[in-house]
Design a protein. Structure first.
Length: 299
């Protein structure tokens, strides 16, 4: 059966004109004449039976239908270009993976290790986008997601399979300069220092002190930062003590920029997972990436 798909040239012209809100700018970008762009879009409107642009004295404006179609077409043209470049780069061999990942995990844990995967599987290209919330795989181009959450949150993500990578172990860390006053610190001693807060986990210090069986009523005061990376940098600069997942500050601990204040970790319900669609068949590149990822997490 013949597919109901417009000509690619018409879609390219429409996407460029929609992005610029101008036939002239689209023609310049595509090295075409303005009349050629206009003919392609008129042909597309005739094919769809839908008006995509309103013509005005000052140029063109997208209709509501045109704006919705432009969003859909832009994403699909981007995906088509990405797939084409991947095939050209690998001459048809290997494979590609599109990953969505919570950003701090990707930059602080995955990226320092990814070179070993490239050595092990040189024909597989891994693309990574930042994504923090669950999504429907059917609506995206992603093959998998790296996600931090609780079992309850995973249960609310339908149509997926979760592979546990590692549990989150939270430890208090600070700059060695800040800790020079004492050789050993106990949980109650930390109340003498500035306890930096994560705005998305306002109760973290209180939970840690509860686990240590110490009154932490005063542990809620201190500057608040949203991202782990912000907290890590603030701690390196000596601004205070922070609670961070140990695995996300491995580099700073190894370089001596941070020190674990007291070895009293807090292990909560949050863990890191590889999330994949619940499908009958899985491409080989993803199977190989999962095996490598599990090995790195175990190590």
């Amino acid at each position: 059966m013949t597919r109901k798909i417009p000509m690619l040239q018409a879609l390219n012209c429409f996407e460029a004109a929609a992005r610029h809100q101008s036939y002239t700018h689209a023609a310049h970008e595509l090295s075409l004449t303005q009349s050629a762009v206009s003919r392609q879009i008129a042909s597309l409107e005739s094919f769809l039976g839908v008006q995509l642009f309103q013509r005005t004295r000052h140029g063109v404006l997208l209709t509501a239908a045109g704006a919705a179609y432009a969003r859909q077409i832009a994403a699909r043209l981007d995906g088509l270009e990405r797939d084409t470049l991947d095939t050209m780069a690998r001459q048809g061999g290997g494979g590609t993976l599109q990953l969505a990942s919570v950003p701090t995990f990707a930059t602080r844990w995955l990226m320092p290790r990814l070179a070993s995967f490239a050595t092990e599987q040189p024909d597989i290209v891994v693309h990574i986008d930042a994504y923090t919330k669950p999504f429907m795989f059917a609506d995206t181009e992603y093959d998998a997601a790296l996600y931090a959450g609780t079992p309850e949150q995973l249960a609310r993500w339908p149509g997926t399979r979760a592979t546990l990578l590692m549990h989150e172990e939270i430890v208090p860390v600070a700059s060695p300069r800040l800790l020079a006053a004492r050789s050993q610190w106990q949980p109650q001693d930390l109340l003498e220092l500035t306890l930096l807060q994560q705005s998305t986990r306002p109760g973290a210090w209180r939970q840690w002190y509860d686990a240590m069986q110490v009154d932490g009523a005063l542990a809620r005061y201190g500057a608040r930062y949203e991202l782990f990376s912000m907290l890590a940098m603030a701690a390196v600069q000596g601004q205070g003590v922070v609670l961070l997942p140990r695995m996300l500050v491995e580099a700073e601990l190894a370089r001596g920029e941070l020190r674990i204040v007291c070895e009293r970790p807090l292990r909560g319900q949050r863990a890191y997972y590889l999330i994949t669609p619940e499908a009958a068949h899985e491409k080989l590149a993803l199977q190989q990436f999962r095996r490598w990822l599990q090995g790195e997490a175990a190590a």
